[in-house]
Design a protein around this ligand. Sequence first.
Ligand code: SAM
Length: 285
Amino acid sequence: MARDRSLGQGRPFRPDRRLGQHFLVDPEIPDKIIALAGFHPSDVILEIGPGHGALTLPLSRSVSRIIAVEKDMRLADRLQKRLPTLGIFNVGIKNQDILRFDLDTIPLPPRQKIQVVGNLPYNISTPILGKLIRHRRRLGRAVLMFQREVAERLTAEPSTKGYGAMTLLIRYHARSARLLPVFRGSFYPAPKVDSILVELDFERPYPARGVKEDDFGKTVKGAFAHRRKTLLNSLKGFFPPWTPDLLLKAMKQCGIDPGRRAETLSMDEFLDLAKILSVDNPQRD
Ligand code: SAM
């Protein structure tokens, strides 16, 4: 039977892989994450998936309050019981699915934002990102561990392998940065892939110059719908009003060669194109 070594309480625990349970066991990593996150003593933290508390326990000493949402009842119960024995009274454990948890129930002092931290269950990292984006107005920074490939996509530069729709859709809402590579052996049980800690700063969205999220999203998704095709061929027919004539005219106006591939376009070029292709643009047709 697989036993989790990080609990250190002599009681067996069988990690549930369906819940993405890979617990941090390298004692240096939580301190590094906390130092890199640089949270303020007055910060209110939402932790996603505290597990045995590898991050929760040391972080509780340096912030105002932690709301830790853990889906596994066994872990939520254990951590809940352990906190008072360690003299920790500023952590609230919620035994819930983060995807169903209502972020609006987190009380906040005026003008303060929720800071988010988590060593994420990788199988649901994309829906978690979607949820954070929907609640971005209440969020400050999110410091999250992703599997390496996802972290690379979130932070990629144009013309690199990871650069794609996810890079651009996140960048519209938050500035992203890689903080720390973490080797798979730092976890128990070890996952099959390495990880990277990423910071998403929702207080630094991209200056979108009035381009609506919906217009930007359609343009980006259409452009990357067929990664190997040219921009013109990928966008053509993705969204019915986009005829080849309209697309050629829009690309000319933006100074974008229609033979280029989506992965070579910068954020600003996508924004320019989205603005012209928008159904709200009176000069579009
Ligand atoms: N933070 C701990 C650590 O670093 O050792 C555990 C990290 S482990 C990768 C992911 C944690 O998320 C597990 O404790 C798992 O039970 C929890 N989890 C999985 N799915 C969840 C969900 N939908 N909502 C909340 N927690 C979830």
